[in-house]
Design a protein around this ligand. Structure first.
Ligand SMILES: NC(=O)c1ccc[n+]([C@@H]2O[C@H](COP(=O)([O-])OP(=O)(O)OC[C@H]3O[C@@H](n4cnc5c(N)ncnc54)[C@H](O)[C@@H]3O)[C@@H](O)[C@H]2O)c1
Length: 386
């Protein structure tokens, strides 16, 4: 079973598989072909892969394997009909990726569609592994740009009060951001639209920002539901009010398959302190702050620094590649049956939980997006956007 790992497109520093995964892949029967130089930007070198048992080849060699794993959608050029392609294809925002795979007869396995509530899926959940690191890095970026210290310090020249940090959205990234800011010594406030987040926020040392009239805006898959414009306004007013005297504001809010919601309108930025830093973790998907410029760090007229750094997991490429590779290795080896990769309609990770079960999500399948030119019949929500 050949498994190809192509180089990622320009701007992506991570790599899909790292040398330490080679042993587990080989044990499952995979022969791994890495495009030469694919791991260089994440500090994994051809010699490391070779020493771990992989073969170094050309791009063509990697793309001609019957199984391909990577991070970004690599396009379909050079990939044969019937190939299994596992990557993060972002199918709701990029339905053209799905269409091109359907036209080329490629089996698309989109890792961002993992039915994450299944306990077996947790070790394969690339959204969680990458968001966790991104949440950590967002706080470090904020701390590096804010013109003051974070922890309380008692010095002979006087006492410094701890910094105030506000985290907007408390999913995987937000919870890690809260924990990181807390470890740095900040006083941390956090919001979410899922009421169930309150307990999790408190368990990592944050103070939950309660919004009047909050219900549980959580869907059956554990993600936040879209909110009414009136309620969004109310959440934004309350949370931005708490953030008005904050030193660092980290925004992580997302709604599955939709553009990022605005949680910091320009009018709120006008009320933030001079020197405050907003780290927008969703700069790549539209931004949570109205004033964010994707990929840039800007300063507003009233002195607020807005960080729109792209691809935060990619700024920790060595670690994020390692976790992604662990996720992918667990996933790919789970598909092996009798020495073959089997794309089975019985596998809940591939097709979602069965109808009637606790984890069934209407309109959503699993990782399997299309095969033999057809979209998987359980992906009806996705079918609606194609
Ligand atoms: N295996 C599992 O069961 C599993 C795995 C991963 C995550 N989860 C859970 O899934 C949930 C979602 O986590 P995620 O990291 O994927 O979320 P996400 O990345 O989709 O979104 C980030 C957070 O933003 C929140 N949000 C959306 N709109 C908002 C707004 N206007 N204001 C404030 N917050 C807003 C969401 O509720 C979410 O908590 C969490 O409860 C997480 O613990 C479960």
């Amino acid at each position: 079973m050949k498994l190809g790992v192509p180089m990622e497109p320009e701007g992506e520093t991570r790599v899909g598989i790292v040398p330490s995964s080679m042993k587990k892949l080989a044990k499952a029967g995979f022969e791994v072909i890495i495009e030469s130089g694919a791991g260089r930007s994440a500090n994994y070198h051809d010699s490391d892969y070779e020493a771990a048992g992989a073969t170094i080849g050309s791009r063509e060699d990697a793309l001609s394997c019957p199984n391909i794993v990577c991070i970004r959608f690599p396009g379909v050029d050079g990939i044969a009909k019937g190939t299994n392609l596992a990557c993060v294809s972002d199918p709701f925002r990029h339905p053209e990726h799905v269409k091109s795979c359907m036209d080329a007869g490629i089996t698309l396995l989109s890792m961002d569609m993992i039915p994450r509530r299944l306990s077996r899926a947790q070790s394969m959940d690339v959204n969680s592994s990458q968001d966790n690191l991104a949440g950590y890095k967002a706080v470090l970026l904020g701390a590096a740009h804010v013109p003051k210290g974070i922890p309380m310090m008692t010095t002979s020249a006087g006492t410094i009060r701890p910094a105030k940090v506000v985290i907007m959205g408390s999913g995987v990234a937000g919870l890690q951001a809260i924990a990181t800011a807390k470890r740095l010594g900040a006083v941390v406030y956090a919001s979410d639209v899922r009421k169930s987040a309150a307990e999790q926020i408190e368990s990592v040392g944050g103070r939950f920002i309660e919004v009047d009239g909050m219900d549980d805006f959580e869907d059956e898959s554990g993600y936040a539901k879209p909110l009414t414009p009136e309620f969004i306004q109310k959440v934004n007013d309350t949370v931005c009010g708490v953030a008005a005297d904050a030193d660092i504001i980290v925004t992580t809010a997302r709604i599955f398959g939709r553009p990022a919601p605005i949680t910091v309108p320009s009018s709120a930025v006008q009320n933030f302190k001079s020197g405050a830093v907003v780290v927008d973790m969703n700069a790549d998907v539209g931004g949570n702050c109205e004033d964010t410029v994707k990929g840039e760090i800007t300063t507003t007229d009233n002195g607020v620094i807005i960080i729109g750094t792209s691809n935060l997991p990619g700024t920790l490429a060595t670690t994020s590649s390692m976790l992604y590779s662990n996720n992918l290795t667990t996933f790919m080896t789970s598909l092996v049956n009798d020495g073959e990769v089997v794309i089975s309609d019985e596998d809940d990770i591939l097709v979602g939980a069965p109808e009637g079960s606790d984890f069934y999500v209407n309109g959503m399948g699993g990782v399997l997006i299309c095969k033999d030119g057809e979209i998987h019949p359980k992906q009806t929500r996705l079918g609606g956007v194609l």
